[in-house]
Design a protein around this ligand. Structure first.
Ligand code: TYM
Length: 358
């Protein structure tokens, strides 16, 4: 009998087109793991998670479709991976209800992503003066009509369910998702210990030996993110993409040999290392070290090398987006397989928790 393969699962929220952060932090790894042929793969679009911020029915539907097209265009193959939409698996919301009985509101309120988003919703600044206690009080005691919804609070429970319902061992994600993954491990351990079972494995990030990447934005600070307005999208055409890169923030240039790099320049080199050949990286690193670097040349190189990756994907995305029948077929098959795996775990979980037939 063939040995059971380790399970890989990951997803992306349906909140817009995919950018280079999503590609290098997640999607390119999905494809590589699939191609290794060693794993049983589940890749999905997290549409329930998208509802935790700015729900918009038309945009949601369009975003699910575009991400599925982007998955397929980047190389995910429905014959090798189960590709599905979160809301096509009704076992997920049921398990979310069950798991939530073992999750504390305190630990949810202390989650970094929750505090960030709640702050934004309530218009509270992220300055260092605001201690975490103050922020929790602000969220609970806020009397304005701005609301932090309960779905946002329980976001990590839902994400844990996505992972645990398939008993995934590896979850390829970017650095920003590590706290959620840590919480998933904690919930898994807690459930197993409470009921004295070995139901859930503790999932780990996966990065082919390196550290999880954080793709920076082009605005000189922070990560590339949909809500930061600093993204390069897989769907950007040549002109748009080049313009964005050429406008990236830089500094006045190194004044002395071997100067330390400022944040915006470090970010450009991070991008260069992701997209360019090692000798190209070396060329520009040497030029920076001896102060002969011209940032215009550096940016041109980065734009060119990004386009080599994104343009072929872009063409395929546009073609697949026009093929509704193909997308529907992929998702029907994906939902069927995802439900088979999810319902087996849910059956065990119900039994363990005492929800049993008479
Ligand atoms: P989301 O939709 O914000 O991001 C999707 C993936 O892209 C990665 N990512 C980045 N990686 C590197 N640099 C960046 N600048 C960057 N921006 C985004 C994220 O780390 C992520 O891997 N909660 C998840 C979606 C989710 C999920 C799951 C993931 C729901 N359930 C179960 C894995 C397993 C999220 O919001 O990702």
């Amino acid at each position: 009998m063939e040995a059971k393969k380790d399970i890989v699962l990951s997803g992306i929220r349906a909140t817009g087109q995919l950018h280079l952060g999503n590609y290098y932090g997640a999607l390119s790894k999905f494809v590589r793991m699939q191609e290794e042929g060693k794993y049983e793969n589940f890749f999905f679009v997290a549409d329930f998670h998208a509802l935790t911020t700015n729900p918009d029915p038309e945009a949601l539907h369009a975003n699910v479709k575009s991400i599925i097209a982007e998955y397929l265009a980047a190389g995910l193959d429905p014959e090798k991976s189960t590709i599905f939409v979160q809301s096509d698996v009704p076992e997920i919301p049921e398990m979310y209800l069950l798991l939530n009985m073992h999750v504390g509101i305190g630990e949810l309120m202390r989650t970094a992503s929750f505090k960030d988003k709640a702050r934004k919703m309530l218009g509270i600044g992220a300055d260092a003066e605001q201690s975490d206690d103050n922020i929790e009080r602000e969220i609970i005691g806020n009397n304005s009509n701005k609301r932090v919804n309960a779905g946002l609070l329980t976001y990590p429970s839902l994400m844990a369910v996505d992972i645990l319902i398939h008993k995934a061992k590896y979850v390829p994600v970017g650095k920003d998702q590590e706290q959620h993954l840590e919480m998933t491990r904690r919930f898994a351990r807690r459930f197993n210990a409470f009921y004295g079972v070995e139901l859930f494995p503790e999932p780990q990030n996966f990065d082919f030996g390196g550290a999880p990447v954080k793709v920076p934005g082009l605005d000189g600070s922070g990560k590339m993110g949909k809500s930061e307005g600093n993204c390069i999208y897989l769907l950007d055409d040549e002109k748009t993409l080049s313009k964005k890169v050429m406008r990236a923030v830089t500094d006045g240039g190194p004044q002395e040999p071997n100067s330390p790099m400022t944040e915006p320049i470090k970010n450009l080199f991070t991008l260069l290392k992701l997209v360019s050949e090692p000798e190209v990286v070396k060329h520009f690193s040497d030029a920076y070290a001896d102060c002969s670097i011209r940032y215009g040349d550096l940016k041109k190189q980065i734009a060119e090398d990004i386009l080599k990756v994104t343009l072929p994907i872009r063409e395929r995305i546009l073609a697949i987006q026009n093929d509704d029948a193909y997308i529907a077929r992929v998702l029907r098959q994906g939902a069927e397989r995802a439900r088979a795996s999810a319902s087996a775990t849910l059956r065990e979980m119900r039994q363990i928790m005492g929800i049993r037939p008479f």
